[in-house]
Design a protein around this ligand. Structure first.
Ligand SMILES: [Zn+2]
Length: 369
């Protein structure tokens, strides 16, 4: 950002060609150095703060200044796979997250320091969807021959992104083919065949496949800690089984199976896994945040018609739309956490995929009854 501003500034003042250009170049050089220093300083600050993300939650004091412990280095782009990797790693590997806590994953842009960190890791885990498409470009520009790369969308069977009835999609193109009544979104939704939904980790069975895949790679990459990774993964998979059973029980005993999101809807895999019907303002990774009057009216009508008690929002989101719908309908606003990323406070409080999903179990129970 800063560099961009500086460049634009340079373009402007370097336009006239005259003898004073030399003076200008010296000034530009000065500006450049100052900007570069500024960037270096802010990178240092970032490096310090991301240093705390490293999965060394234990006493080991071997971490030296540049974070090099000789341990296996794992970097995950976003929170869910980061947490899976650190559960498997225990004390035996250094796991870090590329996106800083509290930041929006869909608009994340890596710093030069991030790229350097990536070049030094042994295992890199990313999603492989539309919002981290920049990672494919970045990976093709660095030497990855000494790395294991795990793309989550290769680990599970992916689904086409759905723009369900009432969602404010990005210019749906074949509305004429819609048919049926509005009993369920199956009849009236559109499938974006060229775009795969990237939120694969939101279904617990998918999370288990991802955990197994990460553990297998860590075991190959670091045979010294092979047994530890395997047993940590086994123990974690059992906890995920328990979580999965809790979601199934909530849905099995619920009075309704419809959920309403006054937000984006990154829960396609989750909803399909547990048999939930859904209405939402926007599809999974939509960049839209302003709901149209039609969208608001549609959601309000659904909440009223079906006496829906809870309107969901997702993490790190403005509650404005949810609050509007809640005011009009008397529904309460609750969070269903999609685990893209977590807030700084949650991060400091050691929130995990399991703790956030356990809260989701409770909130879902309220929403379905
Ligand atoms: Zn997303």
């Amino acid at each position: 950002m800063k560099a961009d501003v500086a460049n634009r500034h340079l373009d402007k003042i370097s336009a006239p060609t005259s003898s004073i250009n030399k003076t200008h170049s010296r000034v530009f050089a000065g500006i450049f150095v100052v900007v570069a220093l500024g960037i270096m300083l802010s990178l240092t600050a970032c490096a310090t703060s991301t240093g705390t993300i490293t999965g060394d939650r234990t006493s080991e004091g071997s971490d030296n200044a540049n974070g090099s412990t000789g341990n296996l280095k794992v970097i995950a782009s976003i929170f869910a796979p980061y947490d899976f990797a650190r559960q498997i790693a225990g004390d035996s590997a250094d796991v870090s997250m590329l996106v800083p806590p509290g930041s929006e994953t869909h608009s994340f842009e890596p710093t030069p320091q991030d790229i350097i960190k990536l070049q030094e890791c042994d295992i890199f885990i990313y999603v492989g969807g539309e919002s981290d498409a920049w990672i494919d470009d970045m990976l093709s520009s660095i030497d990855t021959s000494d790395k294991h790369i795990i793309r989550l969308m290769d680990v599970v069977s992916t689904r086409d992104e759905v723009v369900a009835e009432g969602m404010q999609g990005e210019a749906p193109d074949n509305q004429g083919e819609q048919q049926g009544d509005d009993k369920g979104q199956e009849n009236t939704s559109e499938v974006h065949q060229d775009e795969q939904d990237e939120h694969v980790w939101t279904s617990v069975p998918n999370a288990k496949l991802i955990v197994r895949a990460i553990a297998d790679v860590m075991m190959v990459a670091d045979t010294d800690h092979n047994a530890a990774y395997d047993s940590n993964a086994q123990a974690y998979l059992e906890q995920l089984d328990d979580l999965d059973a809790r979601f199934r029980e909530v849905v099995a005993q619920a009075q309704r199976t419809t959920v309403v999101f006054a937000d984006r809807f990154p829960f396609l895999y989750f909803a399909e896994e547990y048999g939930l019907q859904y209405y939402a303002a926007f599809p999974g990774c939509s960049n839209q945040t302003e709901a149209s009057a039609n969208t608001i009216a549609y959601l309000i009508k659904k909440v009223r018609d079906e006496s829906i008690p809870v309107v969901f929002t997702i993490e790190l989101s403005s509650h404005r739309l949810a609050d509007t719908i809640a005011e009009q309908t008397g529904a309460q606003v609750m969070l269903l956490h999609a685990c893209h990323n977590i807030s700084k406070d949650d991060f400091a409080a050691d929130a995990t995929y399991l703790s956030l999903m356990s809260q989701n179990v409770e909130n879902l129970k309220t929403a379905l009854n």
